[in-house]
Design a protein around this ligand. Structure first.
Ligand code: FMN
Length: 324
């Protein structure tokens, strides 16, 4: 299938939405490494319908994000319709994605996210509503394979029959949260049963794994979440089948990510960047734990930048120290 905004004729590499992590600065960095599609963090349809300042900020995209998908969560058909109409007013959004996978109690208790997997009639009605009112080229749905019990094909078919143009499947139930084996077999059965493209998601962290998942499931692409955190170059590695990433390039990307955070969030971006520094510093550098300690106490962007500059220097690589 080749649509105006996405070409499904070869495997797609997609960045998963991760609330609190895959914001504009992170997505723009990932995009540089060749991700085919980036998705906004989950935005509440209620907040969107009320034009909340925070959700308007979350809608912003980098000029590199082309195509761009916005993920909404909700359970009330009328509010979802209002949210879609708000999105219709924004240029540069190519896809509306419905969240049917979030396991977080606060979301589930409102009937949104994975809670919709318990009421497929309602889920179908919401998808039909988005399809009816959206003026965007594509509609996608992100699902899990069940709430408590596994019902992968049944859930996926409701998405297709209600008008989804493609789906992304996290191969776990809501009960499994983020642990437990990902059921790639279930993703494969979904792929066999649907006409629309299917994207496989869950625990894909390397070129080898991505290749295996694509072959095993027959999926039209892979979606990567946690495997990209602290590791945005994974999309380059996936595309070119290489593990290598030049440490100097790594450093320049980390600095660029940091600059983008400050640009987007102001000085507060330095504090928000701590969690990224924790993952970026995980492997290969000397003094990682004292670096993280310093980072946790720093609020000043200038000081933070200096810390990053020194720590990620190639001279601070474990391999460099061992060799010299
Ligand atoms: C911190 C965190 C935040 C997440 N936020 C979202 C979200 O906003 N929307 C969504 O559909 N999924 C969300 N997910 C689920 C991921 O998109 C993905 O389906 C899941 O992490 C499995 O893929 P992975 O193993 O590649 O991370 C989140 C997961 C994590 C760990």
């Amino acid at each position: 299938m080749k649509s105006k905004v996405l070409d499904f004729s070869s495997p797609l590499y997609i960045l998963a939405p991760l609330a609190g992590l895959t914001d504009l600065p992170f997505r723009s960095v990932v995009k540089k490494f060749g991700a085919d599609l980036t998705v906004s963090e989950m935005i509440s349809s209620n907040a969107l319908a009320h034009n909340s300042k925070k959700s308007m900020k979350m809608l912003e995209k980098s000029p590199l994000e082309n195509p761009y998908s916005v993920q909404i969560a909700g359970a009330d058909v009328d509010i979802i319709k209002d949210a879609v109409e708000v999105l219709n007013g924004f240029d540069g959004i190519d896809i509306i994605d419905l969240n049917c996978g979030c396991p977080v109690p606060k979301i589930v208790s409102h009937g949104s996210g994975s809670s919709l997997l318990k009421d497929l009639k309602k889920m179908g009605h919401i998808i039909e509503t988005i399809k009816k009112y959206s003026k965007k080229p594509l509609l996608s749905v992100k699902i899990r394979i069940g709430f408590q019990e596994k019902r992968p094909v049944e859930i996926a078919k409701v998405c297709e029959d209600s008008g989804a143009d493609f789906i992304a499947v996290h191969g776990r139930t809501r009960a499994e949260k983020f642990k437990g084996e990902v059921d790639y077999d279930a993703i494969g059965r979904i792929k066999e049963s649907l006409r629309i493209p299917v994207i496989a998601n869950g625990d894909i962290t390397s070129y080898e794994k991505a290749k295996w998942v694509l072959e095993f499931t027959g999926a039209d692409g892979v979606m990567i979440g946690r495997g990209a955190v602290g590791n945005p170059w994974i999309f380059y590695q996936l595309r070119y089948g290489t593990k290598k990433i030049d440490p100097a390039l790594k450093k320049s990307i980390i600095l660029e990510h940091f600059e983008q955070m400050i640009k987007f969030y102001g000085d507060y971006g330095a504090i928000l960047f701590r969690k990224h520094l924790h993952t970026y510093s995980k492997a290969g550098y000397c003094g990682a734990s004292s670096f993280r300690d310093r980072v946790n106490r720093t609020t000043d962007p200038i000081e933070m930048r200096e810390l990053i500059d020194t720590f990620f220097d190639t001279k601070n690589l474990l391999a460099f120290k061992k060799a010299s």
